[in-house]
Design a protein around this ligand. Structure first.
Ligand SMILES: *[C@@H]1O[C@H](CO)[C@@H](O)[C@H](O)[C@H]1NC(C)=O
Ligand SMILES: *[C@@H]1O[C@H](CO)[C@@H](O)[C@H](O)[C@H]1NC(C)=O
Length: 248
């Protein structure tokens, strides 16, 4: 009963903010979990997109957290949890944090910009957009995002304002350079992908080939080999790394 009411009220909002997967690999990078779900994005438990905007990263997350729960991105030097920089959203909120071992420690007082730009929860599908400064500003618990990290995606419940245990709803993605895609004229997640590879004037930057070097003028809406490789690598990597399975 409640659910069907929610479904009905969700219909009107459903097109407001959804992660547009048609521009994945073109104007932004995307990661999908679990493995193979990108052939049918609505079957994904969590999808992440990333694009660099000036000195910020813009991340989109869409997935199926429990009601009121969180979706999180973990940036890791290795393949295990602990010593990870974390960005998450829940309800109409965001948190910047750090995994000290398995314990989430909020870095809300950090000087790195971290803000929620959009949030919707409709019919069990939650979407949010987070803007995060690329630099950790020297805080060892807020990583500089200008180098590749192993990406963990997770969703789980919130317990008294803190992220609770994600159980099996955690997925390891390949090492990814999130700065591999950038925008020049502003990133509009509701805009569909520009066809082909239109060139844009310099000023935007990207680091093809997984490099993490200083910005160079490039096209803005074109496939970047490095990031593209990361996306397609996921299919293979996930097979090898599929230690997490779905419980719900
Ligand atoms: C996390 O790991 C990195 C790489 O090993 C290290 O440089 C950094 O100091 C660690 N951070 C903390 C807070 O332990
Ligand atoms: C970054 O995003 C802002 C806000 O959407 C936009 O106004 C600006 O043009 C973008 N900057 C770059 C360099 O693309």
């Amino acid at each position: 009963m409640l659910l069907s009411l929610a479904v009905m009220s969700a219909v009107a909002q459903i097109s407001l903010a959804q992660l547009d997967t048609t521009s994945c690999g073109k104007s932004k990078g995307c990661l999908f979990a679990p493995q193979g779900c990108n052939s049918n994005p609505s079957s994904c438990q969590i999808t992440m997109s990333y694009v660099m905007n000036g000195t910020d990263m813009v991340f989109e997350l869409q997935g199926k957290p429990p009601s009121g729960g969180y979706m999180a991105i973990g940036f890791s030097y290795d393949m295990t949890m602990g010593n990870d920089s974390v960005s998450l959203c829940y309800q109409d909120n965001e948190l910047l944090g750090y995994n000290e071992g398995k314990t989430f420690v909020s870095q809300a007082t950090a000087t790195t910009r971290h803000m929620l730009e959009a949030f919707t929860a409709t019919n069990g599908e939650t979407y949010c957009r987070i803007r995060r400064g690329i630099s950790g500003n020297g805080n060892p618990m807020v990583f500089n995002l200008d180098m590749p990290y192993t990406i963990f995606l997770a969703h789980g419940p919130m317990n008294n304002g803190a992220p609770g245990y994600h159980q099996m709803n955690k997925w390891m993605l390949p090492q990814t350079a999130v700065t591999a895609y950038s925008v020049a004229g502003g990133f509009n997640p509701s805009t569909t992908a520009m066809p082909g590879s239109s060139m844009a004037p310099g000023g935007a930057s990207s680091a093809p080939g997984g490099a993490t070097t200083a910005p160079t003028p490039v096209m803005t809406t074109t496939k970047k080999n490095g990031a593209d490789a990361a996306v397609s690598l996921f299919g293979c990597a996930a097979v090898a790394l599929a230690v997490f399975s779905l419980t719900r």
